[in-house]
Write a protein that binds this ligand. Structure first.
Ligand SMILES: [Zn+2]
Length: 259
């Protein structure tokens, strides 16, 4: 029981750190300096105001100094990460598999949300951004975990290579035929990271499920916004598909391949 609580707390704290990554990496800001501060008044966040979820509730979602609003997405990211990390512990126990899952959660949730929030922030960005540092960290982590869990890095190398090609080739064709960009390069690299962690077998699912989710949400989004031709970031769907496959690999393989 106590270990389950530890896992949840680890996830909440990880989510708190990921909020920093999600905000700062697309803006090319250092992730260590300056320490956490209010983005409105610049006042430093005191350590007792930096407790995941709880501080946000106690402060009622406002800065202690200037009362400007703190996005509800901060605690949402923390809760999401907390639940995912706890569920990984519940599923895999204290094993290398658990660390593998935690690394994948770190990369996928950060990359997906960085892409989503930078796409929504049209004042600062032209399109969603998936930070390269997350891609590099992800590939490195996947290679290391393939070595530890399977004693064979080829699992990650093949997964990354096939994952990269799975979107790179269609994107290249689209560009040649339509003479415009169809898919961001960040999305292509993110599928490569998913492939590195989850293996070649996962790629068809990741591409298929993310495209399906993206199409459904995209249609709803266009209706809600009453606008056509909105650029919907694809990163969040790739991340969601990768995490679904992480936890439900057997079920998804059965659905797709009947094995
Ligand atoms: Zn403030």
């Amino acid at each position: 029981m106590i270990l389950h609580l530890y896992a949840l707390c680890l996830g909440l704290c990880m989510g708190s750190f990921m909020n920093v990554l999600i905000y700062r990496l697309p803006r090319d800001l250092s992730i260590v300096r300056p320490p956490s501060h209010c983005t409105s008044c610049g006042e430093r966040v005191r350590f007792y105001d930096n407790i995941p979820v709880i501080s946000w509730i106690l402060l009622r979602g406002r800065c202690r100094f200037c009362s400007s609003e703190i996005s509800f997405m901060y605690p949402v990211t923390e809760i999401l990460t907390g639940v995912l990390v706890w569920y990984s512990f519940y599923r895999f126990g204290l094993t290398a598999q658990f660390i593998h899952a935690v690394l994948l959660i770190l990369v996928m949730v950060s990359a997906g949300l960085a892409d989503l929030f930078s796409a929504l922030d049209t004042e600062s960005f032209e399109c969603g951004i998936i930070p390269d540092s997350l891609i590099v960290f992800g590939i490195g982590g996947a290679l290391l975990m393939a070595y530890i869990v399977r004693e064979d890095v080829r699992f990650a190398v093949y997964g990354a290579a096939v994952g990269f090609m799975a979107l790179f080739i269609p994107a290249l064709l689209y560009r040649l035929i339509r003479k415009r960009e169809g898919m961001g390069f960040g999305d292509i690299k993110l599928v490569a990271v998913a492939g590195a962690f989850l293996g070649v077998k996962s790629i068809f699912f990741v591409v298929f499920a993310s495209a399906l989710m993206g199409a459904v949400i995209g249609i709803i989004w266009q209706f809600a916004a009453r606008k056509r031709d909105i650029m919907i970031p694809f990163g969040p769907f790739i991340s969601a598909a990768a995490l679904i496959y992480l936890f439900f690999e057997t079920t998804m393989d059965k659905l797709l391949y009947g094995i």
